[in-house]
Structure formats: structure tokens, C-alpha cells
Design a protein around this ligand. Structure first.
Ligand code: FMN
Length: 180
């Protein structure tokens, strides 16, 4: 079984998770920018992880564009964001990132880290826009999750948790065992 973990991480949380998953699966973790579409064909099991920016899983186009050629592969996707896990998050991730072809992919969600003090340029601008969207909702009408989101956007934090990769590693190991 040829397995690989591919990731795209801007601030390091996704990279940390990708390396832990690769360690548990005994395979390599490779940056999405360092792999070509045709190289994907060498693998039977591909775990792809990307940070979430405005709902999109960064770098996921690599998998989407090669998807037809990967029909006989097992693909596991994880996305790393700053908000607490909820059913809405998975639904939103699927709505934004999957299309007709990829709609049956399962997306795992992991909580990463966020430091507003290091943001520059486009990222700082985008975060300000997201904050502005929440701030425009009258305080009395804001949901708990909107309040929590605003709090995390303002103050940041580190929610990286090694145990949260266990369901991903388990799904991969089941596939590996079933296809020995
Ligand atoms: C420009 C920008 C947009 C973001 N948008 C979202 C978002 O829509 N949803 C979310 O949960 N987290 C969002 N985040 C938080 C990141 O996904 C989170 O910090 C994650 O740990 C990033 O992974 P990385 O450290 O591998 O880059 C955003 C962060 C930045 C900088």
C-alpha cells in the first residue's frame, strides 16, 4: 500500500497535523506545492489536508483537478480552521469545496491556531472583512457561534490537539487493512 499525506499550510497548524498523521501511518508528508498532479497516480491512499481561508480548503484544487484520474484511489480530506467543531462547519465545507464529481468525499475538520497579530496584506484585509460581517449583526441577534468566532478573530489562540487526528488515522488504517 503506497500512502502519502499532502498538505498546504500557511501558518503551520495544518503542517503539524499532516506530520502527525504521516507519522502514525508510517508514510511521508509532502507539501502540495512540491507534488505534481501526475505524481499522485503512484499512491493508493492519499490524505489531503489544507488550512481554511474564507471557507475554502487551500490547495485542494490539486486533488479536484486530478480527481477523475484518481478514481481507484482512496482519498481522505481534512480541513483546519479556527472555529469549534459543529455540524454546520462540515456542511459549509462540503458546500464550498466539493462539486458534483467530488461530492461523496468525506471531509474531516480539525481545529488549528490563529494569531491575528502576525497577519499582513490580503490575509489581514480578509480577516477584517470577516470581522466586519459579524460586527454588522446587531449584538442582540448574534448567535453563540458568531460571538465565539468574533472572539477568536480578535484574540486568536492555539487549539491544536494531537488526539483529534485519531478518526482520520483510523479511517486510513481501516482502508489499509481491508486492502492488504
Ligand atoms: C485569511 C484567513 C482566513 C481564514 N478563514 C477561516 C475560515 O473561513 N474558517 C475558519 O475556521 N478558519 C479560518 N481561518 C483560520 C485558519 O484556518 C486557521 O488559523 C488554521 O489553523 C490555518 O491553518 P495553517 O496554520 O496551516 O495555515 C482563516 C485564517 C486566515 C489567515
Amino acid at each position: 500500500m503506497n500512502t502519502i499525506v499532502i498538505y498546504k499550510s500557511k501558518y503551520g497548524a495544518t503542517e503539524t497535523y499532516a506530520k502527525w498523521i504521516a507519522e502514525d501511518l508510517g508514510c511521508e508528508a509532502v507539501k502540495a506545492d512540491d507534488i505534481k498532479k501526475k505524481d499522485l497516480l503512484k499512491y493508493d491512499l492519499i490524505v489531503y489536508g489544507g488550512g481554511i481561508h474564507a471557507g475554502g480548503i487551500i490547495g485542494f484544487d490539486l486533488i479536484k483537478k486530478a480527481y477523475r484520474k484518481l478514481a481507484d484511489k482512496k482519498i481522505i480530506v481534512f480541513a483546519v480552521g479556527m472555529n469549534p467543531m459543529s455540524e454546520d462547519i462540515i456542511k459549509e465545507l462540503k458546500d464550498i469545496n466539493l462539486n458534483k464529481k467530488t461530492k461523496d468525499l468525506r471531509i474531516f475538520y480539525l481545529v488549528g491556531a490563529f494569531d491575528p497579530s502576525i497577519l499582513k496584506g490580503f490575509d489581514a484585509w480578509l480577516i477584517n472583512r470577516i470581522k466586519g460581517m459579524i460586527k454588522r449583526i446587531p449584538v442582540v441577534n448574534r448567535t453563540d457561534s458568531e460571538n465565539e468566532n468574533l472572539n477568536r478573530l480578535n484574540y486568536g489562540g492555539n487549539w491544536i490537539d494531537r488526539d483529534s487526528i485519531l478518526p482520520i488515522v483510523e479511517e486510513a488504517k481501516i482502508y489499509i487493512n481491508d486492502n492488504k
